[in-house]
Design a protein around this ligand. Structure first.
Ligand SMILES: [Zn+2]
Length: 172
């Protein structure tokens, strides 16, 4: 990987200088995201290009990560691959926000700089589903397994099946 990522960025200056910000941020560093995760190992990879488009400073690129969420159906871990396209236009007033081209989402700049981590975390939180679930029918499978266990419990408690088992053992 390249240099360490800056903690704070001045997106307008970066856009004027056409800078690129490429690197990784540990998943464990995102405090707001933490409550949605079942594990916080690994990194988020970011690849941002800053550029002026007309009068607007823009940030374009990608955020990639493999997160471990909790499946809302079966409550087991769920590996969730993210590849979020980033298209942000820096704004600091409602007027600028309203003028922003449709392809961009507003990136609000209220002070001179923004915490890079916050930009990334906001984008990830927006991209996460409210109710993440396994793509396969995990709950149906789990229910089927529970039923199977139940059936075998009933069978072993049933004196007739025990007799049958004994009989089978005797025959062999
Ligand atoms: Zn599941």
């Amino acid at each position: 990987m390249l240099d360490r990522l800056p903690e704070f960025i001045d997106p307008i200056l970066y856009a004027e200088q056409r800078r690129e910000t490429i690197g990784r941020i540990p998943i464990s560093g995102f405090s707001r995201l933490a409550e949605k995760l079942a594990a916080n190992a690994g990194d988020v990879a970011i690849d941002f290009a800053f550029e002026k488009k007309g009068r607007v400073a823009t940030v374009q690129g990608h955020i990639k990560a493999e997160l471990t969420l909790v499946c809302q159906s079966c409550l087991k871990n769920l590996s969730w691959a993210l590849d979020i396209p980033v298209n942000l236009g820096v704004v600091s007033s409602d007027e600028q926000a309203n003028r922003l081209a449709e392809e961009f989402d507003p990136l609000w700049l209220e002070e001179d700089t923004l915490a890079l981590k916050d930009i990334v975390e906001d984008e990830i939180l927006l991209a996460l589903p409210d109710f993440p679930r396994h793509r396969h029918e995990c709950l149906v499978k789990q229910k089927a397994q529970a039923k199977k266990t139940e059936d075998s419990t009933i069978r072993s408690d049933n004196p007739f099946s025990i007799l049958a088992q004994l009989k089978n053992t005797g025959d062999s």
